[in-house]
Ligand binder design. Structure first.
Ligand SMILES: CC(C)(COP(=O)(O)OP(=O)(O)OC[C@H]1O[C@@H](n2cnc3c(N)ncnc32)[C@H](O)[C@@H]1OP(=O)(O)O)[C@@H](O)C(=O)NCCC(=O)NCCS
Length: 395
């Protein structure tokens, strides 16, 4: 592990150039190419680890929310973790992540989520798989054409002025999907703005009550035909979900592949009349609980579930939250107080996998991330049970 003389903090203006170089190298982009991304992230969200020789490692913080138990919790996404090439494999990323977790906790934030290039790095500071992202690659011909009793909803092109209505529709739907992000500007820009030099195109579908659904995608040119990258799709009625499929099918004249982020239990996927086409797991995303009280009191629970779990948490990275806790769940809410016999033993990774609802306590025992007598494991499982967390986007 590195010496304690490392300095952690927000990036200084004078460090912007070196940061573009470190990140440009890490993510195979020119330093100039990194600038747009850094501006979108916001320079104030960059954190660096410095040694006497200057910046050795950096990352970006993305404050947003995430849905667990139907409630939005404050979380911080981690992006752009990069280590100067001559300092790799010397504990820099581990040290940087540890320091960032302390900062996130100090802000009263419940958890941190990320997509990992290197699971072992993040697992060693307490992140664990907490949900998944799936992708389907389909021929437009596979998009069904529905025989609608009424004409399909009319489409119109999205303009920047439509964004508030689009975001409001997403928010009204997101609360019903475990793991969905309560998105901030960084994520929205990735879905609805230009990326990879290609602008996102938005189609909106209105019914008598206003915006009922939308589809955003980018068309990536190929030699002959093109590839469509769907960035977002959302609807609030069966008719609007079907309309999204019709729009995807209509792209078929010049497109030979639609890349669709979905899930086996995505309403869009299940609207397909023959939902058997291949959906592959792209990857699981990881979560780390940074404030166990904010997490377990902030998330929602099924209103009919009640019980008490006596928890013992092992957490060398955030020792302030280690030790014995009692979780009392009733009426859809949880209350966490110190004390109890610690009958469910979890480490930080086990806690993340459990309280996201992604992994059952019995499975955590099999993973070596938790322990407890069978009745305690069963109650702990029932308390967190729900549809598997997922999300459509990467960040
Ligand atoms: C991934 C990266 C951030 C790791 O930084 P680092 O300072 O070398 O990481 P650490 O020394 O703290 O390593 C911690 C653990 O992560 C894992 N790890 C680190 N680099 C790895 C690599 N290149 N391949 C596989 N595992 C790796 C190992 O388990 C390592 O522990 P060990 O050295 O005891 O085996 C760095 O290699 C990098 O900048 N890569 C390019 C950009 C990138 O992939 N960023 C991550 C985006 S999520």
């Amino acid at each position: 592990m590195p010496a304690d003389d490392l300095d952690y903090g927000a990036a200084h203006e004078a460090e912007r150039e070196v940061l573009s170089e470190i990140m440009g190298h890490a993510f195979a982009t020119t330093p100039a190419g990194m600038v747009g991304w850094l501006e979108r992230l916001g320079y104030d969200q960059l954190r660096v680890l410095r040694g006497p020789d200057g910046v050795r490692a950096c990352l970006g913080l993305v404050p947003m929310g995430q849905i667990f138990g139907g409630r939005s919790l404050p979380i911080v996404g981690i992006v752009g973790v990069a280590v100067r090439s001559d300092w790799m494999r010397r504990g820099m990323a581990t040290a940087l992540m540890g320091r960032a977790l302390h900062e996130i906790r100090a802000g009263g934030v419940a958890a941190s989520s990320l997509y990992a290039s290197t699971a072992s790095l993040y697992r060693r500071v307490g992140y664990e798989c907490a949900g998944s992202r799936h992708l389907a690659e389909l021929l437009p011909l596979l998009a069904p054409s529905f025989r609608e009793p009424t004409p399909p909803l009319r489409a119109r092109q999205a303009t920047p002025d439509d964004l508030p209505a689009v975001q409001a529709l997403y928010r009204s739907v997101a609360g019903h999907h475990e793991g969905f992000l309560d998105r901030g500007p960084y994520v929205w820009a990735r879905l609805c703005d230009e990326r990879f030099g290609v602008r996102a195109h938005g189609l909106l579908f209105d019914d008598d009550d206003g915006l009922a659904g939308y589809l955003y995608y980018r068309k990536h040119p190929g030699a002959d035909r093109h590839r469509v990258e769907v960035t977002d799709a959302c609807a609030r009625s069966p008719r609007a979900w079907r309309r999204i499929w019709i729009a995807l099918g209509d792209l078929g004249t010049m497109v030979d592949c639609i890349e669709l982020p979905t899930a086996p239990h995505d309403p869009l996927y299940l609207h397909h009349p023959d939902p058997r086409f291949a959906v592959r797991l792209q990857e699981n995303w990881l979560m780390r609980v940074t404030d166990v009280v904010a997490m377990l009191e902030g998330r929602g629970y099924a209103p009919g579930v009640a019980g008490r779990v006596e928890l013992r948490l092992e957490d060398p990275v955030l020792p302030e939250q280690a030790g014995a806790w009692q979780l009392e769940v009733e009426g859809g809410r949880g209350r966490l107080v110190r004390g109890g016999a610690g009958r469910l033993q979890l480490d930080a990774r086990g806690l993340a996998a459990w309280c996201s609802g992604f992994v059952s306590p019995h499975a955590l025992v099999q993973l070596g991330l938790g322990q407890g007598p069978p009745p305690v494991l069963e109650l702990a499982g029932a308390i967190m049970a729900g549809p598997q967390p997922w999300m459509r986007e990467m960040f």
